[in-house]
Ligand binder design. Structure first.
Ligand code: PAF
Length: 279
């Protein structure tokens, strides 16, 4: 069975004991509902360190009042077994009361980046992410922390925060893991009906087509417009954004530059899906 600790002090002690024994340690923060994409983060951690610890904490501070906090899938025992099988050796699973005891009043906010892209549809979301990730990294004191590239905006914000606050952990992005038809794995894919799941593939298809057009020297605006038409035609209820951005600053681009990234978010049924692709 995977050892589980539930307080920041216990996590720090376990990580420091590994380091005293001469190990390099990696940390993989998650909200559970683990799929192959999360397990790839553990694999990435094992490439860069001797020991991997993961956390499962469904962070209430990153959910808006109308979002899916209550129905977010939870299966700690099942997730712990998946982590163990992937090579993770420790799970940090604190309660909400441990993370945010009465009187909790401190927030971490990265300037500008959280207001762009997903931030427009999810006000406060990235402040919740930055706050919880800073707490997790402060307790873990890992050499390396691994995050998925599917949440590219989150990764950019965390990189900025860790650099600005000298948190001393190297932030590593792991490539998106996709289903055989190309849909990016996400815990929220579980909410899709079979019909929605079949139509959802229009999002990665639109990204791939736009990417091809741009790599072939096509103009940005028509490529983005064609992509949006494809997504709408598949029955997505809403497109929050489909943009070409600078991969670090996340600002919109009118032409492809080094590090440019296509970023997309759209709602299928009642499920909001995000995806991105390097151009
Ligand atoms: O990507 C996630 O699962 C979450 O946003 C994270 C980084 C674990 C913070 O709650």
């Amino acid at each position: 069975m995977l050892p589980i600790v539930r307080t920041p002090q216990a996590l720090t002690e376990a990580m420091e004991a590994w380091k005293r024994a001469g190990h390099r340690v990696a940390f993989v923060p998650t909200m559970g509902a683990l799929h192959a994409g999360h397990l790839a983060l553990v694999t990435e951690g094992l490439k860069r360190a001797d020991k991997v610890a993961a956390s499962i904490f469904v962070n209430p501070k990153q959910f808006g009042p109308t979002e899916d906090l209550d129905r977010y899938p939870r299966d700690e025992a099942g997730d712990a077994e998946k982590l163990r099988a992937a090579g993770c050796e420790l799970l940090y699973a604190p309660s909400v009361a441990t993370m945010y005891p009465p009187g909790f009043a401190s927030y971490v906010r990265v300037a500008a980046l959280p207001d762009l892209l997903c931030g427009a549809a999810r006000p406060g979301h990235f402040d919740g992410v930055a706050t919880v990730v800073s707490k997790l990294l402060a307790a873990a004191r890992a050499d390396v922390a691994v995050f998925g590239e599917k949440d590219w905006q989150q990764l950019a914000i965390i990189r900025r925060m860790v650099a600005d606050l000298d948190l001393g952990t190297q932030v590593v992005g792991a490539a998106i893991v996709r289903d055989s038809d190309g849909l990016a794995l996400s815990s929220r894919n579980l909410y899709l009906t079979a019909d929605e799941r079949a139509r959802a593939v229009a999002l990665p298809e639109a990204l791939a087509r736009a990417c091809q057009t741009l790599r072939a020297g096509g103009d940005v605006a028509p490529a983005l417009a064609a992509a949006e038409r494809g997504i709408a035609a598949a029955g997505y209820a809403r497109i929050d954004y489909f943009e070409l951005v600078d991969g670090e600053r996340l600002t919109p681009l009118r032409a492809v530059t080094p590090g440019a990234r296509l970023m997309a978010a759209a709602v299928m049924g009642s499920t909001r899906l995000i995806d991105n692709l390097a151009v």
